[in-house]
Structure formats: structure tokens, C-alpha cells
Design a binder for this molecule. Structure first.
Ligand SMILES: [Zn+2]
Ligand SMILES: [Zn+2]
Length: 183
């Protein structure tokens, strides 16, 4: 289990504790309608809206995979995703997972990015505005960086006359916060 995943599990656990009835304490803010209080439900609600937003049928596997992508802090391989989707839930067929990921990417709900090992990672971060990626040379994790329209513009400005771009990919290699030596 990766450190990031452990962190998420811990956060999920904490969210569960916070959502527990407050006992004799005076009631604070009422829970939002539809059980949107915890990150898992929030991700599911977002995933549901995104899938319906492209006019597609809402299936269990689509919902499970996209929710997990939305909650991830890094781009995930098929294997990472399978572990996360199945964590405390029923198994997901590998072929189904591959199909769902291709479907999400084809419909613009997720994008692929190749890692240092040439294995594709998937992320649900929007690509409406271009963003670069960060590749950790130690743990091999891939992260989507913040969106920046200037990033693409400045790269394109360096193209010689007569060259046309098809796509711009900016990848930064280095050590992620977990792998960088502590200061
Ligand atoms: Zn790292
Ligand atoms: Zn990305």
C-alpha cells in the first residue's frame, strides 16, 4: 500500500469519526442533504454528474472507477486503480476496468499519461486548460500539475517557422515531497 493511499485511508477514517453523532454536544452545522458530508460521497456525486453530463449510461463500474480517480492525489495505473476500487468493496473484473478507463479517456472524463516505465497512468484532472506532469524519479509516481494556459503558449512560441504542433506535453522529473530528503 502506498503512503498516499494510507494517508487517504486515514483521512477517510477521520471523516468517519467527524461524521459520527456528536452525542450531548449541541448540534453544529447540519449535514448537507444527500449525505455529501464525506469525501467518498462527494466524489461519487461528482462522478455521477460527470458521467450523466456526457449523456452516458451510469454503470456501477464507471461510477466506482471515476470516483476513485477523483479522490486520488496522483495519476494511477490500472493496478493502482484496481487496488483502490476493490479496497473494502467487491472485486472488479480486469477487462471491465480497462474498458471503463478507455471509455473515460475517450469521453474526456479522464486522461492518460505515460510514466517513466511507459505504463499509462490515469487522472480525472480536467484538461480544459493544459497542465504539465511531475514524475518522481525515486518512487515513479506521476502527478498532474496545476493548469496553466501560459505553459503551452510559451512552449509553442519556441517552435521554428513552418512547424505546427499536434500536442504539447510538459513533464518535470524530480523528487516528490515524500521522496525529497527532509530539510
Ligand atoms: Zn516520490
Ligand atoms: Zn494530468
Amino acid at each position: 500500500m502506498s503512503r498516499a493511499h494510507q494517508r487517504e485511508s486515514i483521512e477517510r477514517g477521520l471523516a468517519g469519526v467527524q461524521a459520527a453523532p456528536a452525542g450531548a454536544e449541541p448540534a453544529g452545522k447540519p449535514a448537507p442533504p444527500g449525505g455529501l458530508a464525506d469525501p467518498v460521497s462527494q466524489a461519487q456525486a461528482r462522478a455521477r454528474a460527470m458521467i450523466r453530463g456526457v449523456g452516458a449510461r451510469l454503470t456501477g463500474p464507471r461510477l466506482r472507477v471515476l470516483s476513485e480517480l477523483l479522490r486520488a492525489d496522483q495519476a494511477l495505473t490500472h493496478l493502482d486503480l484496481q487496488r483502490r476500487v476493490e479496497d473494502g468493496a467487491e472485486a472488479i473484473d480486469r477487462v471491465t476496468l480497462y474498458r471503463v478507463l478507455d471509455w473515460l479517456a475517450d469521453n474526456g472524463l479522464a486522461h492518460r499519461v505515460a510514466g517513466p516505465d511507459r505504463v499509462f497512468r490515469f487522472s480525472a484532472q480536467s484538461t480544459e486548460t493544459p497542465h504539465g506532469h511531475f514524475r518522481c524519479v525515486q518512487c515513479g509516481r506521476m502527478y498532474c500539475l496545476g493548469a496553466s494556459a501560459d505553459l503551452e503558449r510559451s512552449v509553442l512560441a519556441t517552435l521554428p517557422d513552418g512547424f505546427t504542433e499536434q500536442r504539447v506535453e510538459v513533464t518535470v522529473s524530480g523528487l516528490c515531497a515524500d521522496c525529497a530528503p527532509a530539510h
